[in-house]
Design a protein around this ligand. Sequence first.
Ligand code: SIN
Length: 513
Amino acid sequence: MIFNLCKSSSHLIIKMQSCNTIPSRYLSHLHRIKQRAFVDGEWVCASTDKIFSVANPANGEILSKVPDMDVKDIEVAIKAASTAFKEWRNATAYERSKVLKEWYQLMVKNQETLAQIITLECGKPFTESIGEVNYGNSYIEYYAEEARRINGEVLQSTYRSKKYFVEKQPIGVVGLISAYNFPLAMITRKLAAALAAGCTTVVKPATDTPLTALAMAEIAQEAGIPKGVINVITSSHASNPIVVDYLCKSPDIRGISFTGSVQVGKIINEKCAPHVKRMNLELGGNAPFIVYNSADVDNAVQAAIASKFRNSGQTCVAPNRFLVQDGIFDCFVDNLVIEMRKLKMGNGTQSDVKIGPMINIAQLEKVRQLVDDAVSKGANVILGGKRAPLVGDLFYEPTVLTDVRETMALYSDEIFGPVVSIVKFRTEEESLFIANQTDVGLAGYIFSEDISQVFRVSKKLEVGMVGINEGIISAAEVPFGGVKQSGIGREGCHHGIEDFIDYKYICLGNLTL
Ligand code: SIN
């Protein structure tokens, strides 16, 4: 499938040339994708005119080509955001709330279109994409409401002649760098909070999935979000280092919010440190999924499927190590395998598909190497354990490995694929030792019907988020984030505003009270 860019009066429209595999109902909406980035309210090319291809990971078809921007283009985007900040920061909370609500309404109206684009560029099944759109939109709705509650304080004064005030002010222009696994929700979680706080933005979507972000920008423009408040820049894998470097070093960018790997998060943190920028880092995890003897095994299995196979395992809160107590070990593994055999792999546009592809060859190779390494060190393959070339080049079979040990790379590395690695344990103490034996701590899951045990274990787990008898824990109303090397700061809920505001203390003196 190839899209042609043609001009129709002042408007740019994409025309579809040919398509063999995607139902036409998906294609009618793709005119939103304009092969341009979005800067200062305009649809623009890269200054070099360079472009890169965005492909459907399910079948390799080229969906579109977008600008491969460099430093010069980023400079323009930052300048636009800086200019827009002067007005946007002065908008009343009510005005910001109103336009965010309008954006939310239009995003809801366009939810099918957005979900189709997500499925095409990211590969996740369409029903999951609809779920992502609802989830992502809920952040816009939440922050449209929260915008009106970003209140200051009047503090008790030591002196009769002075009054103390605290005002919350937007920090300025922020760079939002997002991941491929949730092309919509990972952006709205940052962007809606930043806009509610009064910041303006330069958004850098993941190279593999920029089309959703561009469609969202178009909808935001239609909703009346002023020009320059949201700028979406696109760049290829080769250009990413210079683009991200520039965002981190530019004195006009006051904060960076990044979702991605621990490795890249550390690089970004290092680049920003000399400039003392506000940082929000949502990095990887190594989530333990602990099933105790007292657990409701059916519930644990269903939760395991929901949590592990969301986006084919490509989520940072996905269980990475299943710790299963000896008394229910066989029962859990047997039932899990029965359920996993029902998961059909394929193109997410087909309604019965539950497992999509890995996003790219690098991710597929990573998963393959982690499994091969584990098997070479003694892991037992109960299910899967290999690529699925008959389904497509980037598919990996849903896999179960038992006898997983500390020496295997997947014990400590984030798998980000459809691989269940299982460790058997005997005591609660042992489960906690294994769960916490890692440098990261994003999410953790506990399955037990013993109320004292869940509180005991929940308290001792070194993670930022705990699911008890529940595999899906994310929501706009709660703080998303981790401890240890899983990141800095929180996204979502009222805490998600914190990284976009400065506290300004004002002392009013010489009063006669
Ligand atoms: C992520 O995997 O990066 C986010 C998952 C979520 O928001 O639930």
